[in-house]
Ligand binder design. Sequence first.
Ligand code: IPE
Ligand code: IPE
Ligand code: MG
Length: 237
Amino acid sequence: MPKHVAVIMDGNGRWAKKRFLPRVAGHVKGVELVREMVRACLERGVQYLTLFAFSSENWRRPQEEVTLLMQLFVKALEQEVEKLDRNGVRLRVIGDLERFEPRLQELIRQAEAKTASNTRLDLTIAANYGGRWDIMQATNQMLAAQPEKRAGWQECDLEPHLSMSFAPEPDLFIRTGGEERISNFLLWQLAYTELYFTPTLWPDFDTAEFDKAILSFQQRERRFGRTSEQLVEKNNA
Ligand code: IPE
Ligand code: IPE
Ligand code: MG
């Protein structure tokens, strides 16, 4: 089982369009699939689930859609946190949260505090997140904390300041919706992640689709630069 699964939930708009519905109907359905995905991770013992909900580039969308997405986010926090908490899920939101309305920022803070001691599943929502922003904010934080690093620093100096420093790097990355790109999601952390792309639109990505992705992951050999023979030797040792 992958320990950490990171997902770009793409295809909500196209799912709605196919049904002659407004794009937002796809986002509403998409929230339902998040619920299903969380349940699936709890059942399968996936420890970390990280979901890309809103990128730093998504502000470029029509104002109306951005507003509706924000409203959906607020509603989801109001309605779901209690249940997440009961199920032992710890919720975190990563990204540049300052751009959100104070009410949304407050709900996020409350949800994180309420679920802070839960350990069954670490659910992380990336919102107004960008991989480049993350590396930049981490660098600024590191240099503020350790000005002497200006003269030179190493990967391990930066890592504690990245948004996902609490989690191991993703084992499996899933992007639904057919696009095969990273779209400024976790750039640093995906360096050695297994990538899985599927044309299935996010609102159609059910548990069976998730299991297909996990199976694909389980059939891969993760060599991390080594040769296949070295891995066999290590396993036999
Ligand atoms: C992903 O679905 C959800 C968000 C980016 C918020 P899209 O809205 O990008 O759906 P498509 O790609 O237009 O189908
Ligand atoms: C990426 O989806 C971000 C989220 C799913 C939140 P987009 O649909 O915005 O990605 P691009 O811009 O088409 O690559
Ligand atoms: Mg899209």
